[in-house]
Design a protein around this ligand. Sequence first.
Ligand SMILES: Nc1ncnc2c1ncn2[C@@H]1O[C@H](COP(=O)(O)OP(=O)(O)OP(=O)(O)O)[C@@H](O)[C@H]1O
Ligand SMILES: [Mg+2]
Length: 265
Amino acid sequence: MMPDRDTLIAVRDLQLSFGPKIIQKNVSFDLKRGSIFAVMGGSGCGKSTLLRSMIGLLRPTAGRIMVGGDDYWAQDDVRRTAINRRYGVLFQSGALWSSMTVGENVALPLEMFTDLKPDAIEQLVRLKLGLVGMEHAIDLFPFEISGGMRKRAGLARAIALEPDILFFDEPSAGLDPITSARLDDLILTLRDGLGATIIIVSHELPSLFTIADDGIFLDAITHQPIAHGSPRDLHDSCTLPEVTAFMHRSASIPSQTEQKAEQHV
Ligand SMILES: Nc1ncnc2c1ncn2[C@@H]1O[C@H](COP(=O)(O)OP(=O)(O)OP(=O)(O)O)[C@@H](O)[C@H]1O
Ligand SMILES: [Mg+2]
């Protein structure tokens, strides 16, 4: 099946392994331009591994990742690096370099990948930090700021090179609900304001319901996707026990369906 014009990345029959151990197989999905796509599933099912294979850190053992018309893993290193220039990544750990200030962290990709003069870089760094409400922290070190601020700084660094595709691995893990909701707003702003396409790994249901419009559910037992759709649709309509266990954990935002379901228990 040919992916349509709105498809930015098409993943086809991907298999991910470590040595003889298959982590996931038969992974296929389309990442639509301008969408926010959720990768869901229990701990250890392979969500981070899938993201790592999409950003060039782990070669799949079968299948393809088509970016535009290009087979990502069939490219040589130079071409793959060129594709990576389009990507912004916020890792699960949110890792900032602890020996550098927030400003220096955000400047790093600009120094590595552009020929911009220091003045221009500083302007861009201020602009990106401003976007995430962190301009005041430009001279602070990571240990001097809170976890939520570190995530936002990581986000500013991820968007430093104006990527059109963003990979976020659990951006709101460990944040309080209000900080997490702010991060959701920020992610929506990146999509709507900058036109970015976003793929996000998250366990946070309120966040997923708010931002994601499509997604995939990876199963840790059969090592393959068992459901496709938006988190909201999976919550409301999917009856697979693995999926309902994941989607119905939170009693904090019961949907109408959930309320009805509870009446029948
Ligand atoms: N470098 C590695 N070598 C061998 N096995 C690995 C490696 N990295 C991850 N794994 C294994 O791959 C599986 C999937 O790991 P992964 O980190 O992708 O899960 P995850 O879905 O992101 O989990 P979590 O929700 O806890 O972040 C796990 O069983 C893990 O032990
Ligand atoms: Mg992970």
